[in-house]
Design a protein around this ligand. Structure first.
Ligand SMILES: [Zn+2]
Ligand SMILES: [Zn+2]
Length: 209
């Protein structure tokens, strides 16, 4: 009798497990954010690409970083001297891609209209060459290696900086945080070597980690 009870219990347990596994499959939720890197007009060097992917993945391990096909920038992004970063962002935003974020990488010089304070006076630079630009928050950002060719580490930091802008992280004042404003020269960015916890927490909050 004891044996029959034991076998019956085993049957019930096995049935319950079977129904749970096959009758009601446990859903697998994909929470990864897909980040697509798009080379623009030939993109950047392999070592620059590798270093920025490495920095992105180590900072945000749950992102799925993929590399898209090279795209040639439309003529209306070029002003005869430089590629306009805001026009590039507008263009990247129109791409019909099923990804969460788009990072455009180029070796061409990119620029914006920039207002800087010099000796207490605001000076407007209509075609100011920059390292990168992002929608904050938004889907797209663009980074140029043109002014960072000799500093692969700085290039990778700039990619993560602009990517974090797309996650809604603004500039911060902490020394050595890569989210500092480059303030035109990028000097403080070159000296930065970490992401302080408030900036990282805000980025991870947006990513739902
Ligand atoms: Zn910035
Ligand atoms: Zn910070």
């Amino acid at each position: 009798m004891k044996n029959i009870t034991y076998l019956f219990s085993l049957f019930i347990i096995t049935t319950v497990i079977f129904l749970n596994v096959y009758g009601h499959p446990i859903p697998t939720i994909n929470t990864k954010t897909t980040v697509c890197i798009i080379p623009l007009n030939g993109g950047v060097s392999k070592s620059q690409l590798d270093s920025c992917i490495n920095y992105l993945k180590t900072t945000f391990p749950n992102t799925n970083v993929i590399i898209g096909k090279n795209i040639t920038l439309p003529k209306n992004c070029y002003n005869g001297r430089r590629y306009r970063a805001d026009s590039i962002l507008n263009f990247l935003n129109t791409l019909d891609m099923d990804v969460d974020k788009i990072i455009g990488l180029t070796s061409k010089d990119i620029s914006v209209t920039r207002h800087l304070i010099k000796n207490g006076k605001e000076v407007t630079y209509p075609d100011f060459g920059i390292f990168g630009l992002a929608r904050c928050p938004g889907k797209v950002c663009v980074i140029s290696s043109y002014r960072l060719n000799k500093n692969i580490n700085m290039f990778a930091k700039t990619v993560v900086h602009e990517f974090m802008h797309t996650l809604g992280v603004g500039h911060c004042e902490h020394n050595f945080c890569i989210m500092q404003d480059g303030k035109g020269s990028g000097k403080n960015m070159k000296e930065s070597n970490r992401i302080h916890h408030d900036c990282l927490r805000q980025a991870n909050y947006t990513l739902n980690y």
